[in-house]
Design a protein around this ligand. Structure first.
Ligand code: HAM
Length: 420
């Protein structure tokens, strides 16, 4: 027997039904905000990801050489591929360009609940605009997608890397030191962070102030931690405008400003945000995104870019944990031949009903009616159509309601009225 590779999963028809339902729901929300769907390849040239993405991503890559000696990698995420696509073919498109995607991603991660080596993302990128209303709409969209799916217990945290950088500058942290502490901030490892800041010779007072600022959730008080200048005043005002729009225009109140939101990927430079489902434990982050810079690095004409990605698998886990009732798959009718002579008639009736838009299956096993009805039940067929030699002489069949058990003789030409 062959084993499934570590960190990957097979999906049963029932699971696939949930996944397709969720995907359709997300797709329609993206479309309702004017986003258009795109697709990029599953693998890319390795350098696309090593050009900017942080160390973590490099360690996590599934990379390989193909038969032509090219260095390739399975995509760990879709932002870099989408920007490659934009720079290559979409630069002339009218702005803003609003693109969304679904795609499987691959990371050489340590698998656990909610963390896989192959997982699916639903994400989007907005290219060419960074007004407060653009950011407010983007952040609201990420929340609305999850809310519209039916999630009740989620939390939105919004940070700002431009404001955070001024804090780094205040304490004169070098690029190398910043790189070292960013993952600690990302994972809220404050004890380790304090130790690192001690090593960087920050005074105990400064260390306290620094960690307090990271955990502060009041954007109005952030002034007290940073050195004021015109640019940063403007940035704080922008941050406030965005948060006000999220509240006033999109009616989202369940969010927090958190300077400690930094994101794990290297390309972010602006507003960043995350949505978590607190009850999911270690892998509770459902969505992450923000403003980033990649266009110039990939050879395009610089312009603002932002986006987010929702972890598809974790979203399903969250829905299941919240006890969400997914619709179950049903069939309108299951057609059963009583004798072998009835098989052709059964196939004809099934096909006729399918052409009328019904979902219909037909017994292909030549088994007794009892067993066939049991199967019809197991696949959630609403009705069974039993085709026997006596009824067929009158151009009729027996229709059984699988819920009530009620049976009726119905003329073939009228079946559709009885299985509606
Ligand atoms: P990310 O935070 O690395 O961001 O991934 C987005 C989401 O994918 C996470 O919040 C999480 O739900 C899910 N995810 C990540 N790794 C795994 C895993 N190993 N197993 C299951 N789910 C996982 C990005 O990928 C950025 N490209 C988002 C973005 C788009 N930023 C701007 N535009």
């Amino acid at each position: 027997m062959y084993q499934i590779p570590r960190g990957t999963r097979d999906f049963t028809p029932e699971e696939m039904q949930k996944r397709l339902y969720v995907e359709e729901n997300i797709r329609s929300t993206f479309q309702s905000f004017g986003y258009r769907e795109i697709q990029t390849p599953t693998f890319e040239n390795l350098e696309l990801f090593t050009a900017k993405s942080g160390e973590t991503i490099t360690d996590e890559l599934y990379s390989f050489k193909d038969k032509g000696g090219r260095d390739l990698a399975l995509r760990p995420e879709l932002t870099a591929p989408v920007i490659r696509f934009y720079v290559d073919k979409l630069q002339m498109e009218p702005k803003p360009l609003k693109l969304f995607y679904f795609g499987n991603c691959f990371r050489y991660d340590r698998p656990q609940k909610g963390r896989y080596r192959e997982f699916r993302q639903a994400g989007c990128e907005i290219i060419g605009v960074d007004t407060p209303e653009a950011y407010a709409e983007l952040i609201a969209l990420s929340y609305i997608i999850l809310e519209k799916l039916g999630l009740k217990n989620i939390k939105l945290n919004i940070g700002n890397l431009k404001i955070l950088k001024t804090l780094f500058n205040k304490y004169k942290l070098t690029e190398k030191q910043q790189k070292y502490i960013l993952p600690l901030i990302d994972k809220s490892q404050f004890e380790e962070l304090k130790e690192a800041l001690e090593d960087f010779n920050l005074s105990p007072n400064n260390i306290n102030e620094f960690t307090e600022a990271l955990q502060s959730s009041d954007v109005n008080k952030i002034n007290q931690y940073i050195e004021k200048n015109e640019n940063i005043e403007k940035e704080i005002l922008r941050q406030k405008q965005i948060m006000e729009l999220i509240r006033e225009a999109f009616d989202i109140k369940n969010y927090q400003f958190k300077l400690g939101i930094v994101r794990g990927l290297d390309y972010y430079t602006d507003i960043v945000f995350e949505i978590e489902a607190p009850y999911l434990g270690a892998e509770k982050q459902l969505c992450g995104g923000g403003g980033y810079e990649l266009v110039k690095l990939f050879g395009g004409k610089e312009l603002p870019t932002a986006g987010f990605a929702i972890g598809f698998d974790r979203t399903i886990l969250a829905l299941e944990t919240e006890g969400y009732q997914f619709p179950i798959s049903t069939l309108d009718a299951y057609v059963i031949p009583v004798t072998e002579e009835m098989i052709t008639k059964c196939l004809q009736i099934s096909q006729q009903l399918r052409k009328q838009g019904f979902t219909v299956d037909v017994d292909l096993m030549r088994r007794g009616i009892g067993k066939a009805l049991k199967y019809a039940n197991s696949i959630n067929s609403k009705k069974s159509i039993i085709v026997g030699p006596d009824e067929i002489k009158q151009e009729s069949v027996t229709i059984k309601d699988m819920k009530t058990g009620e049976q009726k003789t119905v003329e073939i030409k009228n079946i559709s009225e009885y299985i509606k």
